[in-house]
Design a protein around this ligand. Structure first.
Ligand code: PHE
Length: 382
């Protein structure tokens, strides 16, 4: 068994202005949920790996699931051609350790490095980190699986199709097969998309439980990346998918925070090998009774310097209330025409996945959130 790579505190909490990693996030590094055989994310990972073993032959794709989530900005952005001014590079969206190291925001950060090591067919599974808003489907740490497949010159020369057509066609066949392996006989559709590292780029959607659900992003890899890896004449495809969202649908898990619970009423419901295509004949997750939510509103004037963002607000709430916060939602906004000042009112929903919360506990949390909002975001409470 591989040992999880630990990331030392002093390697994360570096005293530079860019550093925006909180204790709450640091504590999640090394949890390795995707490598715990009884965990739904690991069960889904295995189901996807099985599909690649079945369709390409066992061991044909190399699996990487212990690559360190601390990567350079070069790997996370430049190596996959993310433009200099792309929003994902902002401190508002990404966790920076220093100005040139981040917590990876996608597993695509490993594409070029693995290609350079000579890998030509591989899957990468790992934890990824994004500053974001808070609700039942968003959590600042989640898991992705990336797949890359390079076509050798020999392979492409045997085909009647151009290398690009060949890659594009196999990409679609392989991923449609993956969607059916996971979801059974469902209606599929391809939607044009944009990623800096693939061209053309697509999203695959399926019609499941009465709605269109995005399953993955993919495309034919930009030539420039292959050239940088000295595959000057090869063609390749790549895809990336979010494991939580698919696991929530397949297993019927209602809240993304449940992936992090150690409550046995959750953990005991998952067993390696339980996965069934489309969930047919599979015991879905049985929700244990939901505990009551508690709503608290907070109203404040924004600082004048436009430093306020919803992601920053969510980070402050997360840092204080941790997994007890279920949703943070803007419910009112107005501008005082005389002073030009903007006021926001946010509703915070607190709810534990595991137990009832007491009024005292919530009031104390809300009070700390209010204090942090003033101290860390410069807002004026109303
Ligand atoms: N990295 C993309 C994302 O996080 C997904 C992706 C991977 C798209 C590979 C295309 C190819 O959204």
């Amino acid at each position: 068994a591989q040992t999880p790579r630990a990331v030392a505190r002093e390697d994360v909490f570096i005293d530079v202005p860019e550093n925006n990693v909180t204790e709450y996030i640091y504590d999640k590094i090394g949890a390795n949920l995707h490598r715990k055989p009884e965990h739904p994310l690991c069960i889904l990972k295995s189901a996807i790996m099985d599909y690649f073993d079945e369709s390409y032959g066992e061991g044909n794709f190399t699996m990487f699931d212990d690559l360190c989530p601390v990567v350079s900005t070069y790997d996370n952005f430049d190596s996959v051609l993310v433009p200099e001014d792309h929003v994902s590079r902002s401190l508002n969206d990404t966790y920076y350790i220093t100005s040139d190291t981040v917590l990876r925001c996608h597993t695509s950060a490993h594409q070029l490095g693995l290609l350079k090591q000579g890998e030509t067919r591989f899957l990468v599974t790992g934890d990824v980190y994004r500053r974001d808003s808070i609700d039942a489907t968003h959590f600042p740490v989640f898991h992705q699986m990336e797949g890359v497949r390079v076509f050798s010159k020999e392979e492409t020369s045997k085909s009647d199709l151009t290398p690009h057509e060949l890659a594009s066609q196999e990409l679609k066949n392989t991923l449609e097969g993956l969607a059916r392996h996971l979801f059974g006989e469902v209606e599929l559709r391809w939607v044009d998309a944009y990623f800096p590292f693939t061209n053309p780029s697509y999203e695959l959607e399926i019609f499941f439980n009465g709605e269109w659900l995005e399953v993955l992003g993919c495309g034919v890899m930009e030539k420039r990346i292959l050239r940088d890896a000295t595959f000057a004449e090869e063609e390749a495809w790549a895809f990336g998918l979010g494991l939580e969202r698919l696991a929530m649908v397949l297993f019927g898990i209602p809240d993304i925070r449940l992936f992090w619970t150690t409550d046995e009423r959750f953990t005991k419901q998952f067993k390696p090998g339980m996965f069934r295509s489309g969930g047919v004949g599979m015991q879905k997750f049985k929700s244990y009774s939901k505990y009551p939510p508690c709503y608290k509103d907070v109203s404040f004037w924004l600082p004048n310097d436009s430093s306020f963002t919803e992601n920053n607000l969510c980070e402050v709430v997360r840092a204080t209330a941790g997994s007890l916060v279920e949703e943070v939602k803007l419910i009112d906004e107005f501008c005082n025409p005389k002073t030009d000042r903007v006021s926001n009112c946010y509703r915070i929903t607190y709810r534990s996945m595991d137990r009832s919360l007491t009024d005292d506990e919530i009031n104390a949390l809300q009070e700390s959130v209010r204090v942090s909002l003033v101290e860390e975001m410069g807002v004026t409470l109303r």
